[in-house]
Design a protein around this ligand. Structure first.
Ligand code: ZN
Ligand code: ZN
Ligand code: ZN
Ligand code: ZN
Length: 159
């Protein structure tokens, strides 16, 4: 992305200083990975955000071929959480977003029924049973969930 004078600007935040081109899509972006403090989970680095939290970035990191927009491998790796696929493909860390994101069913907390926004984190997922941050899984529930899950697998194999 460039402005009228062809001065490169970061396609995500618009800054003009210290830019590099992304490996994945050859767009100008802030060369700012050094700003990221390890394990801080901060989202203050444009280049890290694009590399880690977009389909474009992960498609490239995983070494897939073709365009991420039509990549089956990317889709398959997120199939169990379509919501995250859409988030990766449409969040503000993208230069171009998925044009026709598929519809998805929201995820609900198995205990209180509140909607869980997967991209915001703070939830837990055990064997496909989701809990919001207000409803942590107790030790007893953990055992029940795991044994039900194993039962489910056996059942599937019989069919
Ligand atoms: Zn930037
Ligand atoms: Zn990219
Ligand atoms: Zn891919
Ligand atoms: Zn809950």
């Amino acid at each position: 992305m460039a402005n009228k004078n062809n001065t490169p600007v970061c396609g995500l935040c618009g800054k003009k200083k210290k830019l590099i081109k992304t490996d994945c899509c050859n767009n100008w972006i802030c060369d700012d990975e050094d700003k990221y403090v390890i394990f801080s989970y901060a989202k203050n680095s444009c280049s890290r955000n694009h590399r880690r939290f977009t389909l474009c970035g992960s498609h490239n990191t995983e070494g897939h071929s073709g365009k991420w927009q039509s990549c089956k491998k990317c889709f398959d790796s997120f199939k169990h959480e379509l919501e995250m696929y859409i988030w990766y493909g449409t969040n503000e860390y993208n230069f171009t977003v998925l044009e026709n994101p598929p519809a998805y069913k929201p995820t609900y907390c198995a205990k209180c029924g509140n909607i869980i926004v997967l991209s915001e984190g703070g939830y837990s997922n055990l064997c496909g049973v989701y809990r919001c941050e207000n409803c942590p899984i107790t030790e007893k529930e953990r055992k029940d969930i795991i044994s039900q899950y194993k039962g489910g697998i056996k059942h599937k194999q019989l069919n």
